[in-house]
Ligand binder design. Structure first.
Ligand SMILES: Nc1ncnc2c1ncn2[C@@H]1O[C@H](COP(=O)(O)OP(=O)(O)OP(=O)(O)O)[C@@H](O)[C@H]1O
Ligand SMILES: [Mg+2]
Length: 268
């Protein structure tokens, strides 16, 4: 069966104007980045801070324009400011509406889409259950833990059933144990739906736990340095996977290459 390419990035470039107090000019955030993601693949975009990961994701999400190269989603070039309906985005920061309850945050996109109340309630209930948040539907975000808020953010995006999911370090602000918990939640959900995922992270353990492939970026300006296949069998257990020799072996291989970029990024 032919594999269908969902996201195709070719010679992508993005520059920003550098602040005047740094002498003006331009910052090259992304330079000549190219990669493809096939249908149903879970791909982690890994690289040191400032290498252009969020910038790439924001260009795929049509939130910012590129300065060169192309991005195609399902064969169609993306156009700045024209979001694609079946693409969902989970942001780095928790962007829940503080004045809405958990249920109303999760159901927000369905409300916008005019889904009738009964159907909406049923879908929200199901999402609350899938996220392990039974009993919290009427809570406001301020009374939830960080991990719970991220579950709500995740479900708010997943409830619209996006075929392509962009995630920008959604668990970056969580402590190690809560993060592991979120990995289990995400793996369980994804096993059933198998969306195409582009997941930005600078956490190698997270990338190895979740992804089928790791695209390793160089220090800024971000280019694709290496593409690693992560062949651990699925379904995966986020905790025990880390005890396997296969995990240790791939970890040290990618770590070495990632470490070189950390050093480069620091010495700039
Ligand atoms: N709006 C902007 N204006 C000017 N420079 C920007 C802007 N957005 C990003 N940059 C610069 O582009 C580079 C890449 O930023 P980006 O946020 O994509 O990095 P990142 O890889 O996501 O980092 P992190 O892991 O810390 O989130 C950085 O040097 C950053 O300062
Ligand atoms: Mg970022």
């Amino acid at each position: 069966m032919a594999t269908r390419c969902r996201i195709e990035i070719d010679a992508l470039r993005k520059t920003f104007a550098a602040p005047a107090h740094q002498g003006g000019g331009e910052v090259v955030a992304v330079d000549d980045a190219s990669f493809r993601i096939n249908d149903g693949e879970f791909v982690a975009l890994l690289g040191p801070s400032g290498c252009g990961k969020s910038t790439i994701l924001n260009m795929v999400a049509t939130l910012i324009a590129s300065n060169g190269g192309t991005i195609r989603v399902d064969g169609e070039p993306v156009v700045h400011g024209r979001p694609i309906r079946h693409v969902g985005y989970v942001f780095q920061k928790d962007t829940l509406f503080p004045w809405r309850t958990v249920a109303d945050n999760i159901g927000y996109s369905l409300e916008l889409a005019g889904v009738p109340t009964d159907q909406r309630r049923a879908r929200v209930e199901r999402a609350i259950h899938q996220a392990g948040l039974d009993g919290f539907g009427r809570f406001y975000p301020s009374s939830l833990s960080g991990g719970m808020r991220q579950r709500v953010s995740l479900m708010r995006t997943l409830i619209a059933e996006p075929e392509i999911l962009l995630m920008d370090e959604p668990f970056g602000a969580l402590d190690t144990h809560t993060k592991l918990d979120m990995h289990s939640v995400l793996l369980d959900l994804w096993e059933n739906t198998r969306q195409t995922v582009l997941f930005v992270t600078h956490d190698l353990g997270e990338a190895l736990t979740l992804a089928d492939r790791i695209i390793l970026m160089s220090a800024r300006p971000g280019r694709v340095k290496q593409d690693f296949r992560v062949n651990f069998p699925r379904p995966r257990n986020a905790v025990t996977l880390r005890e396997t020799p296969e995990y240790a072996e791939l970890f040290s291989k990618v770590w070495h290459s990632l470490g070189e970029e950390f050093v480069k990024g620091r010495s700039e």
